[in-house]
Design a protein around this ligand. Structure first.
Ligand code: SAH
Length: 213
């Protein structure tokens, strides 16, 4: 790794701490995974800026802070068996999750992003990741129920089909379009129904229906 990239990486880690990422496991994973491997080589110098970057098809790789924040929020001591991610994109968040959970299932609706991510995941030797090409609104019945679900694209409503694939006491973290803006919400699935907590204003690409071959 070049000196400059190394320096920028250290700066980014400091920034994540300043912005409230306190979980040392998340910090060490962010340090370990080379974000530059998930983006176009032409953007390599920007890999450690705290920005979302284009990955083609009008989609983006989420900013490091958002990835770290969602990862930190989703951690719950003893419930780290199976996580479902909707919106694989370039699989950066997917690989981060694979160091936190025993098994990661991730769904992407754009075929070429799915194909690219397949290669990255195998290059990284992450054999606890299952990638699916499909519409995330249907989740993955054969892999359900999940301890946690993370959605990395914003729907207009909380997808009921996905709540049904959560374990009792499972949690879901997602952006939601509400009153012309987007908020990050955390949902807890309790025996008495869901409990919802609003966390922050965010900006994600939309969660869309159907697939693109
Ligand atoms: N998790 C990524 C973020 C990718 S951007 C990261 O680590 O950076 C969000 C992705 O969600 C896009 O690739 C988009 O194609 C995908 N997406 C949107 N709607 C979807 C749906 N219904 N099912 C699956 N993927 C979806």
């Amino acid at each position: 790794m070049s000196e400059i990239i190394n320096h920028k990486k250290n700066q980014l880690i400091n920034l994540l701490r300043d912005k409230g990422i306190t979980n040392e496991k998340v910090i060490s994973i962010m340090e370990k995974i080379p974000r530059e491997s998930f983006i176009d080589p032409a953007l390599k110098q920007m890999a450690y800026d705290d920005d979302a970057l284009p990955i083609g098809h009008n989609q983006t790789i989420s900013s490091p802070y958002i990835v770290a924040k969602m990862s930190q929020i989703i951690i719950e001591e003893d419930k780290m068996d199976k996580v479902l991610e909707i919106g694989t994109g370039c699989s950066y968040q997917t690989v981060v999750l694979s160091y936190l959970f025993k098994k990661v299932v991730s769904i992407e609706r754009i075929k070429s992003l799915y194909v690219k991510s397949k290669k990255i995941v195998s290059d990284f030797n992450r054999n606890n990741i299952k990638l699916i090409f499909g519409d995330g609104y249907t989740g993955s019945n054969i892999d359900a129920p999940f301890d946690a679900i993370i959605i990395t694209a914003a729907p207009n409503e909380i997808p009921k089909s996905l709540i049904e694939q959560l374990k009792t006491h499972g949690r879901m973290i997602m952006p939601l379009n509400k009153n012309g803006k987007q908020i990050l919400i955390r949902i807890k699935n309790t025996p008495k129904g869901i409990i919802l907590k609003e966390i922050d204003d965010v900006l994600f690409v939309p969660m869309l229906k159907g697939i693109i071959q």
